[in-house]
Design a protein around this ligand. Sequence first.
Ligand code: 8YV
Length: 334
Amino acid sequence: MRPAVLATRATFPDVTARLSQHFELEDNPTDEIWSREELLRRLRGRVGVMSTGTERIDAELLDACPSLKAVCNVGVGYNNIDVAACTSRGVLVTNTPDVLTETTADFGFALMMATARRIGESERFVRRGEWRKTGIHDHFVGGDLFGATLGILGMGRIGRAIARRAARGFDMQVIYHNRSRLPANLEAEVGARYVDKSTLLHESDHLVLVLPYSKDSHHSIGAAELAQMQPHATLTNIARGGIVDDAALAQALRNGTIAAAGLDVFEGEPDVHPELLSLPNVVLTPHIGSASRKTRLAMAMLAADNLIAALGAGERAGKPPTAVNPEVLRGAKP
Ligand code: 8YV
């Protein structure tokens, strides 16, 4: 009898074929979003799951599914998973770093440019058939990226990929703040200067958020932080909902505390704060930072490879490529 695994969301045929070589796979070809009860029911008795950011993997779920041995998330972020609860029950967790870095950095840049140059607003204007009524000098004027100061909050792989684009392609002064400072050679390589958070907020013309979500980063940008930013500044969030206080942001955008925002992630997504939906100076996208065809396939394949190796099959049996809690593999007590 082959191990039974579950893939919670629809994925690529090549990925389901790969998983089916090793497992009794239940997948979700219609991609309906299962309720919590439905997820628990389908997961019971299975040893592995290929999960996504939309499923909460917590102690309650682990206790209801004691046969579970591996949770392989499609995504670099894994704040949907209680890693400590997994580790203490000997459940391996994996994620999909690296394969999405450049695609997500491209998207961060695209969203920042769309925000600074008011592309969402002006596109809606053209679609409404209002183009005839406009002036010239103040017609959708925005802020420049070229030569401006870019602030990056969080300086992991995606932050560094954004910094490289900004310094090399756009002649931007790049400043960053992070829990830990990069080594000097890496700072020089990406062209970024470390500053404290307050300097970052005060000096950025454009601020982009690329830090992981945790209790510590919850509402890293709220009313007090927004008040320190410049009135012409933009804020782009491609990290996680909850890092920004969306209600405070809506108020700052309405009052002109900052000029505009680009948001790919939201508190409580897929719900969006109703005020954000009605403000003109915010560009909204549905969590698509890593969504290029090539990258989404690479993420799903990596998650599949993790699941195969985690459950002792394939060429890398017992050595999943990107484990979050590898101590589980060594059988160490947490
Ligand atoms: C995914 C992401 O779309 O990698 C991440 O952390 O946010 C996205 O690339 C999301 O996690 C869905 O699983």
